[in-house]
Design a protein around this ligand. Structure first.
Ligand code: AMP
Length: 215
């Protein structure tokens, strides 16, 4: 089982990937996390601006991750492909590693919700729990403190209005055209990700349950 998540910024990819990972016992792979972990000053600078890191560098990091043993039974990938160039490079990588093409879930969310999710996002650096100060049902009980482990929450360096606009523009120009690409390949499924996490995950489980035998 391998599942690819395609979405505008902050459509809930990370949150849903975590849920899928738990439910189906497969690792969650995020290219954003792989790049952050690489901790390279040049890469950090690109990420700070919200522009895209070089495809071959990103694919190489992904290749190393997919070759690890825990990916044998499948994985959920969020953050790649972000462009047609990456979609093609990813396909080549799957062929090389003899991994089946799997399914693609497109998490759909309107731009304004996407913006609020980004601007208000707060992350626990200790347990990775995600909160949002702009949504009542996502606020921590105590402002700026993790409910679970009481660590002070942090914001991602690229979660600001200016970077959001940049990321959204790139999404529209580079990533959104992939919807048509995957539609033509026949393995794309639409998910409404605008209501709440539970609503989104319910649809995902139905899709995976119904679709997986076919792929
Ligand atoms: P994310 O954590 O998915 O929101 O990604 C954060 C940032 O990491 C993006 O704005 C890009 O700068 C970089 N990034 C993540 N995934 C990719 C990718 N597949 N290709 C190029 N850059 C990426």
């Amino acid at each position: 089982m391998n599942i690819l998540l395609l979405a505008p910024p902050a459509a809930g990819k990370g949150t849903q990937a975590k849920e899928i990972s738990k439910e189906y016992n497969i690792p969650q792979i995020s290219t954003g996390d792989l790049l952050r972990k690489a901790n390279d000053p040049k890469i950090n600078e690109i990420m700070k601006k919200g522009t895209l890191v070089d495809t071959s560098f990103t694919i190489e990091l992904l290749k190393k991750r997919l070759m690890q043993k825990d990916c044998k039974k499948g994985y959920v990938l969020d953050g790649l492909p972000r462009s047609l160039e990456q979609a093609k490079a990813y396909e080549k990588l799957l062929e090389e590693l003899k991994i089946p093409k799997g399914i693609v879930l497109f998490l759909n969310v309107p731009k304004e919700i996407s913006r609020k999710r980004i601007i208000g996002r707060e992350i626990c650096p200790n347990c990775n729990e995600i909160y949002n100060e702009l949504f009542e049902d996502r606020k921590p009980k105590i402002n700026g403190i993790c409910d679970k482990c009481h660590t002070p929450l942090t914001k991602r360096i690229d979660d600001n209005d200016e970077t959001f606009e940049n990321r959204y523009k790139i999404y529209l120009n580079e990533t959104e055209p992939l919807i048509k690409y995957y539609e033509s390949k026949g393995n794309l499924y639409f998910v409404n990700s605008a209501i709440n996490e539970k609503h989104t995950f319910k649809q995902i489980k139905e899709i995976i349950g119904g679709a997986y035998d076919k792929h």
